[in-house]
Design a protein around this ligand. Structure first.
Ligand SMILES: Nc1ncnc2c1ncn2[C@@H]1O[C@H](COP(=O)(O)OP(=O)(O)OP(=O)(O)O)[C@@H](O)[C@H]1O
Ligand SMILES: [Mg+2]
Length: 259
């Protein structure tokens, strides 16, 4: 896949709400980690979530495919409320791709097996079709030549690109990225961001927690700023970075932009 950071944005965002959180609250014991969260992400939209450590960004991501249950409020994916358990939950989880900081690949399976496993087991795709799709996706993220290796034989950037291919293989409606480049050596950050940027341009719906402000400016339709479990402000990247409305956001930006 070739990523051109200067390419025109993809097709206009259509108006279909894909991920909708309404009045979502969550506690860990006494700690109120998500406070009255209201967030709508439309099909084709790229939302970057930023905010200080501990503000609830990862928890927010994890609630969207119910890795974390919520206390109250509602979450819908493409109009369907999150099922609590069972087959409905498995189906929903396969609609919501996840890419974590720590890759989470199966270490005893090859790159190719990592990418075909979900489609075969969960989506019931036949093996040869899953194989073809996996090769195509590995080409798309630029690592088809590594298909028969094991994760430990790859660089961090390559492993993260496998994780992205694996998420794409499920044909998800939305992909959540939780600090996908934070564990990478600096020289590998860009190759992963390039893959993400071209996914964004191609119209993939994405929710991305990241400290990569260049990516946010280039690829995000909207920046959501969280602090202390709340969405403090949300705006276009241009507005947010040049003219943050809240003191909290100004303070945060001054710290990350000058460190
Ligand atoms: N499983 C858990 N049990 C108890 N507390 C938790 C749990 N997971 C997270 N927390 C707490 O909830 C708060 C929000 O955590 P979360 O990981 O969502 O923050 P974050 O914004 O992703 O931070 P970071 O930028 O450091 O990744 C933190 O105070 C954290 O310590
Ligand atoms: Mg986090």
């Amino acid at each position: 896949m070739t990523a051109d950071p200067n390419a025109e944005p993809a097709a206009p965002v259509d108006a279909r709400p894909l991920v909708v959180l309404t009045d979502v609250n969550k506690h860990f014991g006494e700690l109120h980690v998500l406070r009255d969260i209201n967030l709508t992400v439309h099909s084709g939209e790229v939302v970057v979530v930023i905010g200080p450590s501990g503000s609830g960004k990862s928890t927010l991501c994890r609630t969207v495919n119910r890795l974390e249950p919520i206390d109250n409020g509602t979450i819908t994916i493409d109009g369907q409320p999150l099922p609590e358990e069972g087959r409905g939950l498995a189906r929903l989880r396969s609609d919501v791709g996840m890419v974590f900081q720590s890759f989470n690949l199966f270490s005893h399976k090859t790159v190719l097996e990592n990418v075909t496993l979900g489609p075969v087991k969960v989506r019931k795709v036949n093996k040869s079709e899953a194989h073809e799709t996996a090769i195509r996706l590995l080409e798309r993220v630029g690592i088809a030549d590594q298909a028969d290796k094991y994760p430990a034989q790859l660089s961090g950037g390559q492993q993260q690109r496998v994780a992205i291919a694996r998420a794409l293989a499920m044909n998800p409606k939305v992909i959540m990225f939780d600090e996908p480049t934070s564990a990478l050596d600096p020289e590998m950050v860009q190759e992963v961001l390039d893959v993400m940027t071209s996914l964004a341009r191609e119209g993939m719906t994405m929710i991305v927690v990241t400290h990569e402000m260049g990516f946010a400016r280039r690829a995000a339709d909207r920046v959501v700023f969280m602090a202390d479990g709340r969405i403090v402000e949300e705006n276009t990247p241009d507005e947010f970075f040049t003219n943050p409305a809240s003191e909290r956001a100004r303070d945060f930006l001054s710290k990350i932009l000058t460190h």
